[in-house]
Design a protein around this ligand. Structure first.
Ligand code: SF4
Ligand code: ZN
Length: 505
């Protein structure tokens, strides 16, 4: 289960299957459902729908994972606290795997068990707890939402999916549906990355799953199927099925509780049957085991907006994983950032590092980092170093001689849409308490900056990328302290060709 799965692509490495969602109105005029989808892509038989619900819920009752937010959703008697606890879990699970979320969720709910407690927290505290979970704006938006509920809605969570989406910042169609169905029992379906995959396979939806006709169709299917008596459990069951059985690459169809309702599986069975008859020299069966893919007449003529395009025929080697169709992946853009780890000896001799706060909007908003500067591609090493020294001086008031900056190496961190390379420099300043930054009151336009011990750094709201940067510096320091052999010395010359002792060049 991974990061930022888009509908139709299936989750990437770390996803829980929750997509990052838009907060656009539920039925946008620009997203019309196909005029009359073929019955092949629908659930029309009420007996089949009932059987589907029963099988799926029975499986869920037997096999569901024991997760802290599920326990709370069942045991919390206060409806607002219950909705809040579901909201937190759903936001954390967007683009992040369940195993990672569990610890964060538990700590979050212990620290801020109510909307009021979260509303009273500082953004600094929220960012610190969120550090390492990624997509930091999620925590900030969650807190903005909590503050709105407390200050404008008298602490009462909106009671329907429509109102949740309309009134709460950052709550889109999926999260609204999840909160409403799980917390209030509203009979509304939800579609995330896992549900997309399951539904596309169940009804052979092979067109780009992020296209408006398919998206609307998926929401229509989810609303049709959702169990009226147990909507929250049903939605969680469908997501659980996608996460644990109907996985992107190796689905466990033999263990699937809804296998009899799955057209993709039927197609695989039919292919196998035809192949084995051919092998035995028998004529094709006049009674295939399930409906034919060509039962979508529009698909056969190439005009169905839900069927796979003619240019992408069925690939037998993929089996049911022919669905959903993967949308072309956008390549992340490459960026280079020079970053400077300044160290000084603190009052008790303990090393301290200078960190600055990022702007309150944009990537990693409000988080702390080592002074860093985006550098133009192709900038020469000497210019890069000078630009960084000037940036540190301008941003923190700490004078740094460019020639004294030591090149540590490069640290790569991939954000959702940016392939970021940090070119890391370090400098140990002389003397205890050396080069304190200018006072903030005197330079209000400067970002906040402060010196922190390593323990403070680890506990502060810093990104995983910055933790990797510090690790690279520590690794280099350790290597330098190791006894030297001739070959060692050669190896320890960094990639820039500079002398790591800082004495040369
Ligand atoms: Fe997914 Fe296989 Fe179940 Fe179909 S039968 S829903 S492809 S696991
Ligand atoms: Zn079709």
């Amino acid at each position: 289960m991974g990061r930022r799965p888009q509908p139709g692509t299936g989750p990437a490495k770390r996803s829980s299957g929750r997509c990052r969602e838009t907060t656009a109105p539920q039925r946008g005029a620009s997203c019309p459902a196909p005029a009359q989808p073929s019955a092949f892509h629908l659930f029309v038989d009420t007996a089949e729908i009932e059987a589907f619900r029963t099988s799926l819920l029975a499986w869920y009752d037997r096999c569901k994972r024991d997760l802290p937010w599920r326990r709370l959703a069942v045991s919390e008697p206060d409806v607002d606290r219950r909705a809040y606890s579901v909201w937190v879990s759903e936001v954390m699970l967007q683009q992040t795997q369940v195993a990672t979320v569990m610890d964060y969720y538990t700590r979050w709910m212990q620290k801020w068990p109510t909307l009021q407690a979260l509303a009273d927290a500082s953004l600094e505290e929220v960012n610190a707890l969120w550090a390492g979970l990624g997509y930091y704006s999620r925590g900030k938006r969650l807190q903005e939402g909590a503050r709105k509920v407390v200050s404008e809605l008298a602490g009462r969570m909106p009671r329907t999916a429509e109102e949740l989406q309309k009134l709460l910042p950052g709550v889109g169609r999926y999260t609204a549906g999840a909160i409403a169905s799980i917390s209030y029992g509203q009979a509304t379906g939800v579609v995330d990355g896992n549900v997309t995959r399951v539904l596309c396979r169940l009804r052979c939806l092979g067109a780009d799953a992020s296209s408006p006709p398919v998206t609307e169709h998926l929401w229509g299917l989810a609303h049709t199927l959702v169990d009226r008596a147990r909507p929250g459990d049903f939605n969680q069951a469908l997501m659980e099925l996608g996460a644990t059985v109907c996985s992107p690459k190796a689905p466990l169809c033999a263990e699937c509780p809804v296998r009899p309702h799955c057209w993709a599986q039927r197609r695989v069975e039919k292919e196998l049957e035809v192949a084995s008859r051919r092998l035995l020299g028998k004529a094709p069966s006049s009674c295939p085991p399930g409906p034919d893919i060509e039962e979508c007449a529009a698909g056969a003529s190439g005009s169905c907006p839900l069927c796979p395009p003619a240019s992408e025929p069925w690939d037998s080697s993929l089996g049911v994983a022919n669905f959903p169709r993967k949308a072309a992946k956008k390549q992340p853009r490459a960026e280079r950032t020079a970053t400077c780890v300044l160290e000084r000896s603190g009052r008790c001799g303990e090393p301290e590092f200078l960190i600055v706060q990022r702007p309150s909007s944009g990537l990693l908003a409000g988080l702390w980092e080592f002074p860093s500067l985006l550098v133009a591609p192709g900038l020469k090493e000497k210019q890069q170093r000078e630009a960084l020294a000037g940036h540190v001086r301008a941003q923190t008031g700490t004078a740094v001689a460019a020639g004294r900056l030591r090149h540590v190496g490069e640290v790569v961190h991939v954000f959702s849409h940016i392939h970021q390379t940090y070119v890391v420099y370090s400098l140990v300043l002389d003397g205890p308490g050396a080069a304190a930054p200018v006072k903030r009151e005197e330079e209000p336009e400067l970002p906040a900056s402060r010196w922190v011990t390593k323990a403070d750094f680890q506990a502060a709201a810093v990104s995983t990328a910055m933790k990797k940067v510090l690790q690279a510096c520590e690794r280099q320091s350790r290597e330098e302290k190791m006894p030297c052999t001739q070959s060692d010395c050669c190896l320890r010359l960094d990639r820039s060709g500079l002398d790591p002792t800082g004495m040369g060049k």
